[in-house]
Design a protein. Structure first.
Lengths: 361, 310, 233
């Protein structure tokens, strides 16, 4: 449906997007995630024809949307967009939602019906006569969503729509996104810097970093098999360490990390420099004495370097030649009598080590 | 709701003003025809400030079915308007400049319709002591006392290149002074108002100063003033008013027919009577004398006071 | 002191008895300045929109120039228009000098820069997200402009009020090109509140001046009051 091909965008001297390539399928929810300033908004604005790319092409159903000047209005009218900070026109909620319909010359009765339906959909029935500027941020964002949806767009673009909203409002918006996609089949492109939101909503995720998509894939792929150390870092993989492959056989290899040997599943061959990504949830900690009870391909002895609170959990960092972090509940920490300096063993399976090529910028 | 009321009130007020304004000024039974001829007159302020023209214009407007638009300015300014062709008729009182204006071909058909005298007015206390003097001597005295240290003698001049200003300069010259060198800028005693006769009198009154005024304007304003007449005799004080057409050869689309009508109207017998009697009931003496029979006295050809423009 | 009190009493009488002369002058002031304001609005809003949303070389300098012209002295405008429409001027054949039309032209020229400048400010003060939202909702160029105006309506309304206030309160240009004529018909006269106040005061007619002054003040305050009321709704 939407094809991005080598899309780039420069503002004066600053290159924001550099060769972005991706395909977004019909009826898909595609999340663009990436750190702040990665160019997520710029990318969405380019798709919505609010900006022109410096290079590359954006095609919708095969049409180069920036080349078709004459059709740009009808192309823009295929899409609806919700912005990070919703713009409340200084009038009633009803009139706010009706704007797009009025632009398309809809009749008064049609407008009334559609606006009512839209208000119903976003759960703001009865708010029609309120002045838009008196709404809370969450309510206004829902009005903005209704305003974008009332024109029945084929594509809905959402630029970080839940930033600055309270958790309840975030939940409502997310629920609406899923429902719109499910019930209406609208293709949705949503940008967010919250990787968990991406995970909750998206069929596929594109990780936008350093001006391009570092990885495009299903949420599971992106979380478990990050394409490189930056993606791994961004999706919350706590342990990313560098090493060199010292032995390989049958799709598994041994990697030397600062003199410690780690077994992993990978197809890298001897001598290659790699990064090991290990999610902290996959690491078990046991007192040194009970190491026998541990299973898995890797059992590394070490001492506890630090224990820091993390919500209802504690993050325990073990120095076993290199630093490895695990997450344990408070109770487990107490039961195991782990303190800073305690001798422990850290263990993890061969399968839980994701190996990527080491890239240096 | 509140806003609607506010707008309604505002709308009603504006409408009311419009109605009052329109009906107030067009109360004559014949409604204003849109095609009515318009006559533009540039006049010296004395004819305007005395309200003489206010008396005469309705008569003319009715007789000739025309609308008279009057711009009141000093003679100098009025002559400038005439030179630019911005008006149809000029009414001024500065013989020398009129002659130049006619000679340059800007004006034609001058007719003299009234005269009176200039007077030197000043505070009752007369600090310079000029009461009863001849104009030249009075001016000399005012200048001398005014230039003495610590004196409170002030002379307010029109300073606007008007006919009165011309006359004042003529008196300074006759008294043996070079106007620009000896009078203008010779001290705080001499102040130029740069405005009309009425305004100058008001100013002189505020400052308790001397000034030269035509008798007509002075009498018209006398009620509001504490100034008294101190010098009123001397040939040089003669003040002659004329009306003339702007030359249609210079400005072909000028309204020359109505202009001619106006000049002839001013020297007509009825209007001459009107001029001679104007202000008598209010001020006890006329503000202007009719020129019709006094052409010898004011030193102009008889044709200029009696013969209508053909 | 007594004269001032007497002046105010007489002024009150002139106002409350709706003195025809005073009312005519007030009405003429409103008509002339309102016409000028409407004309200037019709010019300033499109002009402001073009300058604000346009991209052309010299745009910044143009905005600077417009802002400089805010302080255009009224007599200079009067002089300029006088020179243009006087018989010997380039538009002399139109015979506009000493007509209400001339005053409308002068006032329009006088308030055009400030109204254009304030329109630019009003439009540039609109949140960029509003602009993006309008485009993303599928606005054509015209629909976009109309809706931006709607969003900026209070600021634009204030612009109009500023223009009207400046037009009705200026005296320099009005007296130069109007000539302060009191003719027998409403439409030929060029005597407005400011020029009449100037004349009446110089002739010592203080009560008339006070009455006219009170009306001028009431109009100026009334307009601003109305605008503030609307804005604070």
């Amino acid at each position: 449906m939407i094809e991005l091909e080598n899309v780039s965008k420069r503002f004066d001297d600053k290159t924001v997007l550099d060769s972005v390539t991706a395909r977004i399928g019909r009826e898909e929810i595609f999340a663009v995630i990436g750190p702040s300033g990665a160019g997520k908004s710029t990318l969405l604005r380019l798709v919505d024809l609010l900006d022109s790319p410096s290079g590359g092409t954006i095609r919708i159903d095969g049409t180069d949307i920036h080349a078709e000047r004459k059709r740009s209005l009808s192309i823009r009218r295929m899409m609806g967009m919700v912005f990070q900070k919703p713009a409340a026109f200084n009038t009633t909620v009803t009139e706010n939602i009706a704007v797009g319909l009025r632009f398309r010359g809809a009749g008064e009765s049609v407008i009334q019906k559609k606006v009512e339906d839209a208000l119903d959909m976003v759960g703001l029935a009865g708010y029609g006569e309120r002045r838009a500027r008196t709404l809370s941020g969450g309510e206004m964002q829902r009005v903005a969503l209704a305003r974008a949806m009332v024109i029945e767009p084929e594509i809905l673009l959402m630029d970080e729509p839940t930033v600055n909203l309270d958790p309840v409002s975030v939940e409502k918006i997310e629920e609406l996104v899923l429902r719109i996609n499910r019930d209406l089949g609208t293709t949705i492109v949503i940008s967010t810097h919250d990787m968990y939101q991406g995970q909750r909503l998206a069929h596929r995720i594109g990780v936008l970093m350093n001006g391009g998509f570092a990885q495009v894939g299903s949420p599971r792929e992106v979380f478990t098999l990050p394409a490189n150390r930056d993606v791994a870092r961004f999706v919350g993989t706590e342990n990313v360490v560098e090493g060199v492959v010292v032995a390989d056989e049958n799709g598994s290899s041994v990697v030397d990390v600062d003199g410690v040997r780690v077994r992993a599943k990978s197809s890298f061959s001897q001598g290659e420099e790699v990064c090991l990504c290990i999610r902290s949830e996959d690491i078990r900690i046991a007192p040194a004495a009970g190491a026998r009870g541990l299973r898995g391909g890797n059992i590394l002895p070490g001492t506890v370097a630090s224990i820091s609170p993390r919500g209802p959990f504690s993050r325990v960092t073990v120095d076993c030649g290199f630093a490895l972090s695990s997450v344990l509940s408070w109770k487990v920490v107490d039961d195991l009598e782990i303190r800073e300096g305690s001798p422990v063993s850290a263990s993890f399976t061969v399968e839980s080590v994701h190996v990527v090529r080491a890239t240096r910028n | 709701m509140q806003r609607r009321t506010l707008f309604a009130v505002a709308a009603v007020m504006v409408a009311l003003m419009l109605i009052c304004g329109c009906t107030g000024t067009t109360s004559d039974p014949t409604p204003v025809a849109t095609e009515k001829q318009q006559l533009r007159i540039a006049t010296t302020t004395s004819l305007y400030d005395t309200k003489l023209l206010e008396r005469l214009t309705p008569i003319f407007e009715e007789q000739y079915d025309a609308e008279v638009l009057i711009v009141s300015a000093g003679t100098g300014k009025a002559i400038e308007y005439g030179q630019n062709g911005d008006v149809d008729v000029l009414m001024v009182h500065d013989r020398a400049r009129e002659d130049a204006f006619l000679a340059d071909g800007y004006g034609i058909n001058r007719r003299v319709f009234a005269y009176n005298y200039f007077v030197v007015v000043g505070p009752e206390s007369d600090p310079a002591g000029i009461r009863g003097m001849h104009p030249e001597a009075a001016f000399t005295t005012i200048r001398e006392t005014g230039m003495t240290d610590g004196s409170d003698v002030v002379f307010v001049s029109r300073g606007d290149a008007s006919g009165t200003h011309s006359k004042e300069k003529a008196i300074w010259k006759a008294a043996g002074f070079n106007y620009s060198a000896d009078v203008q800028g010779s001290g705080d005693w001499y102040q130029e108002a740069g405005t009309g006769m009425g305004a100058t009198l008001t100013m002189a009154n505020e400052k308790q100063a001397y000034t030269l005024s035509d008798i007509g304007t002075y009498l018209a304003y006398k009620g509001d003033l504490d100034l008294v007449t101190l010098v009123d005799e001397g040939d040089i004080l003669l003040n002659v008013y004329c009306a003339m057409q702007i030359n249609p050869e210079k400005y072909p689309d000028i309204n020359s027919t109505v202009a001619k009508d106006w000049v002839n109207f001013m020297i007509s017998e009825d209007v001459q009577k009107e001029i001679a009697s104007f202000g008598v009931d209010q001020y006890g003496q006329p503000l202007f004398y009719a020129a019709r029979n006094d052409w010898e006295k004011i030193g102009v050809p008889q044709a200029e006071v009696k013969d209508p423009i053909p | 002191m007594y004269e001032i009190i007497e002046g105010f009493v007489e002024a009150a009488r002139l106002i409350f008895t709706l003195d025809p002369d005073v009312m005519a002058i007030a009405a003429r002031s409103i008509v002339i300045s309102l016409t000028a304001t409407i004309l200037a609005t019709l010019l300033a809003i499109p002009l402001g929109a073009v300058i604000n949303f346009g991209t052309f070389p010299g745009r910044k300098s143009l905005i600077n120039l417009i802002q400089t012209l805010y302080s255009l002295p009224t007599v200079i405008v009067g002089l300029l228009i006088f020179l243009l429409i006087s018989r010997v001027g380039p538009f002399g054949s139109l015979r506009l000098l000493f007509t209400p039309t001339a005053m409308v032209i002068a006032q329009t020229v006088l308030i055009l820069p400030i109204m254009t400048g304030l329109t630019i400010s009003a439009l540039s003060g609109i949140d960029p997200v509003v602009r993006d939202t309008l485009y993303s909702l599928g606005a054509t160029r015209l629909q976009f402009l109309v809706n931006i105006m709607k969003e900026a309506r209070f600021a634009i309304l204030a612009t109009v009020a500023v223009g009207f206030g400046r037009a009705i309160s200026e005296v320099g240009a009005a007296i130069l090109v109007g000539g302060n004529i009191a003719a027998s018909s409403f439409g030929s006269s060029t005597r407005v509140l400011t020029t009449a106040i100037s004349l009446e005061t110089s002739m010592g007619n203080i009560p008339e001046s006070i009455a006219l002054g009170i009306i001028l003040l009431a109009i100026a305050l009334g307009v601003n009051l109305a605008i503030t009321t609307v804005q604070h709704r």
